[in-house]
Structures are given as C-alpha cells and as structure tokens.
Design a protein around this ligand. Structure first.
Ligand SMILES: Cc1cc2nc3c(=O)[nH]c(=O)nc-3n(C[C@H](O)[C@H](O)[C@H](O)COP(=O)(O)O)c2cc1C
Length: 638
C-alpha cells in the first residue's frame, strides 16, 4: 500500500510540475487528461450519471407519496440545501416500499406549475437578498403569495428554512415573511422555522435531520406526479444557463507599485447575440474559474493525478460549450468547486480515513465539541484554511476523491454592479472590480473572481455570465428628479451607468425641452488623486460638460483624512434642500463595513440640523425615506 502511495505521489509531483511549467488552454488541459485516461483504461462508467442528467429532477410515473421541495436562491446555497434534502428523502425509501416517497424539486421561479390542491407537504429553502428582498427569481412567487389568497394551502404541511446573514438588519426577512404567510393561509408548520446565519452548515444539517425524522412517520396519501420537468424552459441567459461572453477590453484603473496599493480592474464584455437585458443598477453574475496552479496543489493533496473522470456536480451551470458526459477531475475542480471555504463535513469524512494516530488525535480534538459556529476551536481552525490546507494537515489520509467532492461547496458566481448603460451600447457589459489578495497562515490567498478577471482571463477569452436584476436600486424614471449618488471606491460602478443615461438625456434635452433638468450629484472617494481615482477621465469630462456635479474626497492626499461623509457634511444645507424641497433620490453604493454607517450618521446629522429636529425625529425621517424609493442602498458586507 505504501509503495502504491509513493508511486501515486511521484506521478502527482511530475504532473504538478509539468502543469506549472506548461501553459495549457482549458481544452488542451481536458484533452490531455482524457487521452491519458483512455491509455490507462480507467474505471468502468456503467450506471454513472452524466453531466446532462439532473438526478434531482425525476418525472415519476408510478403513484407515490409526493412532497414538494421549493428553493429560492440568489447565490446558490439554498439550491444546494434543497438538493441535499432531495437526496436525503430519496435515501429514506427502501426498495420494497409500495408507495415510495417522491420528492420533487422546483425553483420557486416555476411556481406557476404548482397545483396547490395536489400538495400535502412542502419544504421551502429561501434566502434574503439585497436589503431584505427575495432573490430575483423568487420575487414573483413572493408577491403572488403575499397578494393572493391561495385557499388550497389550507392544511398543507410545511417548513421554511430561511437563509441569511445577521450582519444585515433585515435578517432572514424573506423566510420569516413566507412562513407567516403560509400560517395565515392555514398551513400547518411541522418543523419549526429555522434561520441559517452565513451558511452555517450545522444549523442546515439539524433542519435536514428534523425534516427527514418527521417524514419517517408522516402520513402522505399516495398520488401521481403532475409536474413534468421537460415543460420547464430555462431562460437562455439565466444563472443555470449563462451566456458565454467575450472579454474585449481590460484596463487597470489604479497605479499599483507596492502591495499596499489598491488594484482595480475594468473589464468590457461583448455580449452580442445574447438575450441579456439590463437597467442601470442591475448586476452581472460572473462564473469564474479557479487558479490552475491551486487546482494542481489540491489534486496532489487529494492523492490523485487529476485525470480521474467524474460527473459534473448536479448544481453545475450549463453552457453551449459544456461537454456531455464525465470530465477529468482537474477540470471539474477548476470550474465547479469552491476550493476556498471548507465545510466541517470534510473533517467528519476524514475521521475514518486516517493512517496516523497523531493526526487522528488532532482531528478528534477538533471534532470533540459540538459542530457549530459556536465551537471556536473548530471554526478558528477552518476559517483561515482552504481545502488544500486541511488535506495537507492530514497527510496520512486515504480518502478517495469520490468521497471528497461531496464535502466541497459548489463554486458560485460572483455579482458585480454593471458599470455601463445599455443605451450607450446594448452589446457591452462593463464591470469595475477591486482585486482581492491577502495572506493567511503564511500563504498568499486570492479572491477567485477578481484574480480570474485580473490575472487569468485574457482579452478574447470567454466567460459565462447572466444578469441579476436589482429593482430596489434604480434611477428615477422621471428625468426631472435630482439624484444624489454616494459611491466611494468600486461603489462608483453602477453610477457610471446612471450618469451615462443622464448624459444621453442631456443631449436629447437640448432638442426637446420636455426633458426635465434634475441635478446629478456624485460624491466619490478614494485614497489619492493620482493613484486610485477610478474613471477619472470620464467623471471629469462629465463634470466639465455640465452633466455632473462632482465632489471627490481624497482621504490620504493631505495630513487629515477626508471621506465622502465630510463632503456631505459640508454640503448639508444643499442636501437637505434637495431631499426636502425637490424630492431628490439618494443612492448609496459600496462596502458596508464603515462607509454606509458613516454616511447614514452624517445624513442623520444633516436632517437633524437643517430640519431643526430632535435626533429621534431625524431617525424617523430617515426611516421613512428609506421605506420610500427616495433612499436606495446597494451595500455589501465585507
Ligand atoms: C448583496 C447581498 C445582500 C444581502 N442581503 C441580506 C439581507 O438583507 N438579509 C439577510 O438576512 N441576508 C442577506 N444576505 C445574505 C444572504 O441571504 C446569504 O448569503 C445566503 O446564504 C445566500 O443564500 P443563497 O445562496 O441561496 O442566495 C445578503 C447577501 C448579499 C451578497
């Protein structure tokens, strides 16, 4: 056995260095792997699921005990959980069962296919997105349930798993509202409403266990499936079937000379021939690929060659170029798996596959206490580590790769505000991305998508993408309404699209006086005028031509720090007049850690001072403003 591992290790090392020194195109990478597999014979593939099959979407022919699993997702986690639930329920069936359990998996986007009179049990897994709203695909379903009396839901048994992040004020709001609505409509909650904070897999597992425990005794009348999955037509350019765009321009927007300098990249994608449509404020979801050198290290730590063939994960996106059938492990890891975050499952699975007692002792210590986010020893260990680090910490492991893959998370698309208006060019989508690089445990680490855009995707290269609409962050339809935009750093991105449209309107206005004259104010902030002033030439050109009133804070160009909130404070009287008298729309975009909070506090000061109010009155004023379309935020937590 030791000899075998030694030989495998040697093959892996040769393979690793070969990959590092050779620049492959992705197709060459796959071909060479498949070729060597054919030479070596490879494992039998009989009975394996091919990449084109979706094992969680069966059309049942015989009668069975049916139940519905609905998911609403923006970033993919709810879908992953819903699929796990499907598998767990499927596994409850024993072969001799007269009426097997028949789970049916449906994206809530397809809710119109549901005949509620038929449904006895329904499990819903749903996340909350941008500031308390449903995921894009779930908006219609959410509104339908809120505004329609679905009498058939009376007596339906259900449970809701609400995904969210407690850093957001509207924690798990969508799941909570759905639960309450189902209760109001007469549904019976059979497994209590459960909140999941930041994909806490311990909580997810416990809900899955409670649901499956409930099903082992629940009575369900047998019936026949009426949903045909073949009837569901995927949009051409959805999250599941993205459009493959071509990168046509890439430009560095900052001066990078030291590791301390901000690195921001501007990309322009050609989407000619797609059906992608978007509005200013919308985002684009981009599927990245992992770094090939990192994949090679992981393959080594998995004690594989990378040539092993396997199916795509069930949740993998499909493009026209997605090959049918199995793909080699290296390629699957590069495109479809998250190699950065580690689920505790990996440690649990490792437990029974260690050949060294010292390592077994170390693992036992990590898993000794409750597997939950409260277990600081366990999560303190997992937090700074990637999958490769964990496997390297237990080099005696004999875990087959087929056992490792199910412990990994699916690689998710990342969302970027679109920095271009379709009115300027409906075939070009621009993004502005801050490149993420840092170090943990003495190793350099990278953000997957930002370094994919910056380092790996070349001009002329292809990238799968789709639109994520953002109805809660849009410029006013009426052009005479003034807009105040606050977008420091990459928060500027959506405002480029806003201003482009205002610039077009200004040109039209000169020939058509019916266009209003709403003022366009931008508060932008960066460190230095000469180093990270993003889109400077455009902003200054718009400012000179009168399209834009531009205010810029350079935080480090003078002895004292100056941020956007200081400029807002200086302009307090003007801001107040615009908000109160002209009903200006106020937009805030950027990283939420300090900025959104500081801007909000400054706005409170302005409202209190200029409006001659008490602090409480000012808070109420801003709360009302936030509830209206006058104050819109698109902030992300870092
Ligand atoms: C831009 C953005 C906005 C979010 N807004 C909220 C929110 O208002 N409330 C909340 O509880 N979680 C919020 N979240 C967290 C998500 O609900 C959480 O990451 C969840 O696990 C995503 O599940 P999904 O992958 O199924 O969409 C937000 C996440 C992002 C990236």
């Amino acid at each position: 056995m030791d000899m075998f591992l030694l030989v495998l290790g040697l093959i892996g090392i040769i393979f690793y260095f070969y990959k590092l020194v050779t620049e492959y195109s992705p197709s060459e990478f796959e071909e060479s792997s498949i070729e060597s597999f054919l030479i070596s014979g490879g494992p039998t593939k009989s009975g394996q699921v091919t990449s084109q099959d979706d094992r969680n979407r069966k059309d049942y022919i015989d009668e069975g005990r049916q139940l519905l699993i609905l998911y609403g997702t923006e970033y993919g986690c709810s879908e992953e959980v819903a699929r796990l639930l499907y598998d767990k329920i499927d596994a409850l069936n024993d072969k001799d069962e007269e009426y097997p359990l028949q789970p049916r998996l449906l994206n809530v986007r397809d809710f119109k296919l549901i005949d509620w009179t038929h449904e006895q049990i329904c499990f819903v897994v749903i996340s909350t997105s941008g500031d308390g709203v449903p995921p894009t695909d779930a908006i219609d379903f959410y509104n339908y349930l809120q505004n329609t009396d679905v009498v058939e839901i009376r007596e339906m048994r259900f449970s809701v798993l609400a995904l969210g992040d407690s850093n957001y004020p509207q924690f798990c709001k969508v799941g909570h509202t759905l639960h309450e609505r189902l209760v109001t409509l007469g549904g019976e909650c059979v497994v209590s409403l459960t909140d999941v904070d930041m994909e806490d897999w311990t909580v997810i597992k416990s809900w899955l266990d409670r649901v499956t425990a409930y099903l082992t005794t629940a009575h369900i009348n047998p019936s026949v499936d009426y949903i045909r999955h073949g009837d569901i037509t995927e949009d051409n350019c959805s999250r599941k079937t993205p459009f493959v765009a071509t990168l046509k321009v890439k430009r560095q927007l900052t001066v990078v000379e030291t590791p301390m300098d901000k690195e921001t990249v501007h990309c322009e994608f050609d989407v000619t021939g797609s059906e992608l449509t978007w509005l200013p404020g919308d985002a684009v979801g981009i599927y990245p690929e992992n770094n090939r050198a990192e994949v090679c290290c992981l393959v080594l730590a998995m004690k594989c060659t990378g040539n092993e063939l396997g199916p795509l994960p069930a949740s993998a996106y499909k493009t026209q170029g997605t090959p049918a059938g199995d793909q080699c492990l290296s390629s699957v890891l590069q495109k479809y798996y998250d190699l950065k975050s580690v689920k505790p499952d990996l440690l649990l699975t490792l437990k029974d596959h260690l050949g060294n007692s010292q390592e077994a002792g170390k693992l036992e210590l990590l898993l000794r206490d409750e597997i939950s986010k409260k277990n600081t020893r366990l999560y303190g260990y997992l937090e700074p580590r990637e999958v490769v680090d964990v496997l390297e910490d237990f080099p005696s492991h004999t875990l087959p790769w087929q056992h490792i893959l199910p412990c990994l998370k699916a690689l998710q698309p990342r969302y970027y505000s679109i920095a271009s208006s379709p009115k300027v060019d409906k075939n070009t989508i621009c993004v502005t991305a801050a490149v993420v690089r840092y170090e943990t445990l003495g190793r350099p680490r990278t953000g997957v998508t930002t370094t994919y855009l910056q380092d790996r995707l070349e001009v002329g290269g292809h990238c799968p993408m789709f639109i994520s609409h953002n109805p809660g962050f849009q410029p006013p339809a009426c052009r005479s309404i003034p807009i105040i935009m606050i977008g420091p750093g990459t928060g500027i991105a959506p405002f480029i699209a806003f201003i482009q449209e205002r610039a077009i309107e200004k040109v039209s206005k000169s020939s058509d006086e019916s266009f209003g004259s709403g003022r366009t104010l931008l508060y932008f902030g960066c460190r230095h005028r000469d180093r990270d002033y993003l889109h400077r030439e455009h902003l200054e050109a718009w400012s000179s031509s009168g399209v834009l009133e531009l205010r810029v804070a350079f935080s480090r160009d003078q002895a004292h720090k100056v941020y956007v909130q200081h400029l807002l404070h200086d302009d307090g009287a003007q801001i107040w007049a615009l908000l109160e008298k002209e009903k200006a729309h106020l937009y805030v975009c950027g990283d939420a850690k300090h900025m959104a909070h500081d801007v909000h506090t400054t706005l409170l000061d302005i409202v209190q001072g200029q409006g001659h109010m008490t602090r409480e009155e000012a808070e109420m004023y801003l709360t009302d403003l936030e509830a209206s379309e006058q104050y819109q935020k698109d902030v992300w937590v870092v």
